[in-house]
Design a protein around this ligand. Sequence first.
Ligand SMILES: [Zn+2]
Length: 104
Amino acid sequence: MSGKPTVKQMQGEVAELKNELSQFANALVQEVMKHNTLIYALLNDMGKMEKIICENCGEEVARPVLKDLENNDDCPSCGKSLFITKQADLEDLSYIADLNDNEE
Ligand SMILES: [Zn+2]
């Protein structure tokens, strides 16, 4: 009689599942990255990529320029705005608002 699986057997199965899952996730990530590279290369070839140097961290950011695509101005590298002036304006405004709160 085979009976109920032992704890050890179950642990083995869980470990196996985990392993398969991580292999699957890895394959998925690699596939997505492959597509990403392909799309970026295609857009670049078509002259549909713009390169921006981040004003905050100096990292070069390439992003697609497409009519129906809204671009995010946040730097993927440092998370701040790619255009420092815009960010500074926002910070200045909140600073002034804080000052006004304190005076009351
Ligand atoms: Zn940056």
